[in-house]
Design a protein around this ligand. Structure first.
Ligand code: BMA
Length: 363
């Protein structure tokens, strides 16, 4: 009996310890708010998976910037727990993003959503600094090299970084304190469809690009950022970590994977396993930072079945492109109102599952 009680006590202590484990962001100078956010995300990751939606607060499939509106809220009565924002073309000094979204309105929504206790994540499809074309211009393998120290486009890139930093420095709460958020630059590196993709630079150049970016922003006093490392579809952990800049730079290991065929859920399961285990071993967060697919039980059965097996901070559906006319295929990754009844029912089931966390669930 005594032995039984002491074993029980031992496991209780262990369980309590696991519950209260303290985690720290990669940035040794991280602000108090950023530390709190990191710890909160780590704790939430043990409870379930947060739902995220890109540009959710900026527009929907049939409306354009209505301050409190969201396609997700229209459907389920609650906001996503994670809101994604996109900054492409900020580097050019434009007032609007590559998707025509106003940067002033993005800032406005970031402040509002932070007040609502929501989680903010930011992506950046910046133009190609060598050719002046889009992020998808992969005509040269010299772009990354050209913007690193010593490269012919280094000064230009610094101007772009300065614009990014200046904008980030305006994300302040009512007390003038910088709002903490997740930043996921240089994304989908395992693919080769952006100018920073795997076959478009060397692994060393990619690592340097990451380290340069993080150091640059930290030097500007931006100690409020959690950095997310990210790849597209990968089959092995080695493939995933090719280009990983190091634990001192990264707070989250994330993966983007869209449903593009019958192998999808097996491949997702395989990748989520090694990404989440590796994140856990490193004391980092894990996310399925972009995903989307179709089918009458896509959310509530297949997607949920996979993410439930692992510790995943959030999964994020990409944007519902604003398009009041019939939208092109794959334009709406989230569940818009007016979509098929079956799709809606599936999303409601997903929403009602205790494992999925929306804004009200993370208060
Ligand atoms: C892509 C597409 C583009 C968009 C970009 C940045 O995946 O949705 O239409 O411009 O993201 O939001």
């Amino acid at each position: 009996m005594k032995a039984f009680l002491s074993t029980l006590l031992f496991f209780c202590i262990l369980a309590c310890h696991a519950q209260s484990r303290m985690y720290s962001p990669a940035d040794p100078q991280a602000s108090q708010e950023t530390r709190q956010l990191f710890q909160r995300l780590m704790d939430l990751q043990k409870k379930g998976v947060m739902y995220g939606h890109q540009d959710d607060l900026m527009y929907g499939y049939s409306w354009w910037y209505e301050k409190d509106r969201s396609d997700i809220r229209d459907l389920v009565g609650d906001y996503p727990a994670v809101a994604g924002f996109e900054l492409g073309h900020l580097e050019l000094g434009s007032n609007r993003s590559l998707d025509s979204v106003s940067f002033d309105q993005i800032r406005e929504q970031i402040k509002i959503f932070h007040k609502r206790n929501g989680i903010i994540t930011i992506s950046w499809h910046l133009d190609n600094p060598l050719t002046g074309k889009s992020a998808w211009d992969v005509s040269s393998k010299l772009v990354v090299k050209s913007i690193l120290p010593g490269g012919e486009n280094h000064a230009r890139f610094n101007t772009w970084m300065d614009r990014l930093a200046a904008y980030f420095l305006t994300f302040k709460n009512d007390n003038g304190v910088l709002i903490p958020f997740i930043f996921r630059p240089w994304h989908e590196h395992s693919g080769s469809f952006f100018w920073w993709g795997k076959t478009l630079c060397t692994e060393e150049e990619y690592i340097q690009l990451w380290q340069y970016t993080v150091n640059y922003l930290r030097k500007k006093g931006l100690n409020n950022i959690l950095f997310a490392y990210n790849t597209d579809r990968v089959l092995t952990l080695d493939e995933y970590l090719e280009g990983y800049p190091g634990d001192e730079y990264i707070d989250m290991l994330s993966l983007d994977m869209y449903d593009r065929g019958p192998e999808y859920f097996d491949e997702l399961d395989n990748a989520m396993a090694f990404v989440s285990y590796s994140a856990q071993a490193k004391g980092k967060l894990c996310a399925l930072s972009e995903c989307g697919g179709d089918g009458s039980t896509w959310f509530s059965k297949y997607l949920l079945d996979v993410v439930k097996k692992y510790r995943v901070s959030y999964l994020l559906n990409w944007r519902n492109t604003y398009n009041p006319n019939p939208a092109p295929a794959n334009a709406w990754w989230g569940p818009p109102r007016g979509y098929s009844a079956q799709f809606k029912a599936d999303f409601m089931k997903f929403y009602n599952d205790p494992h999925t966390l929306f804004l009200k669930d993370i208060q």
